[in-house]
Design a binder for this molecule. Structure first.
Ligand code: FES
Length: 189
């Protein structure tokens, strides 16, 4: 695909390929809204020359669910699902970059601490949520990946809502849950 030599990866994604999930926020490396994964590592696509990405595997937010399914999972990527369940967004502008940074962290580190989660997401600015639900979403995802009980959110310390909300997604390699038998209805047969 042809593009001017000076175009950034973000410009090619948005204006050549129509992949507008990667956001053009500050366009100078400050906000993290343009974060994509190159060979699994988070990079700022607004500071990356497209020409330098030839032959490399670039994952945008549009590609996260297909990658999860290609690996044998079901539904959306568990990080996307956890952000949804925790309400870890308001305007949504930072969300693609935030989710990709979180995904990269969880791929690299099986059990990051809260401080490590905050450090990994430090380059992704959110002007709406205050980050609490974002960190909770990563911790929820983390707990479910190892079958542990997710930590209760600060706003519901006793009635932990995550205990009773099973994920809609299935991790690659996890057993497919059995479907409950349908009760026989009168008059059937
Ligand atoms: Fe790339 Fe803000 S748009 S860091």
């Amino acid at each position: 695909m042809a593009a001017p030599d000076h175009w950034t990866l973000l410009e090619v994604l948005r204006y050549r390929l129509g992949l507008t999930g990667s956001k053009q926020g500050c366009d100078k490396g400050d906000c993290g809204a343009c974060t994509v994964l190159i060979e699994g590592r988070p990079v700022l696509s607004c500071l990356t020359l497209a020409a330098r990405c030839q032959g490399l595997r670039v994952t945008t937010i549009e590609g996260l669910m297909p990658a999860h399914r290609a690996a044998g999972g079901e539904g959306a990527d568990p990080v996307q699902e956890a952000f949804d369940r925790c309400g870890a967004l308001q305007c949504g502008f930072c969300q693609p970059g935030m989710i990709l940074s979180a995904r990269a962290l969880l791929n690299e580190s099986p059990s990051p601490t809260r401080e490590e989660i905050r450090a990994a997401l430090a380059g992704n600015l959110c002007r709406c949520t205050g980050y609490t639900q974002i960190v909770q979403a990563v911790e929820l995802c983390l707990a479910e990946a190892v079958g542990a009980e997710p930590p209760a959110p600060a706003w519901a310390p006793e009635a932990n809502p995550w205990k009773t909300a099973p994920p809609k997604t299935r991790r690659p390699g996890a057993e497919k849950p059995e479907r409950p038998e349908r009760p026989e209805r009168k008059g059937e047969g």
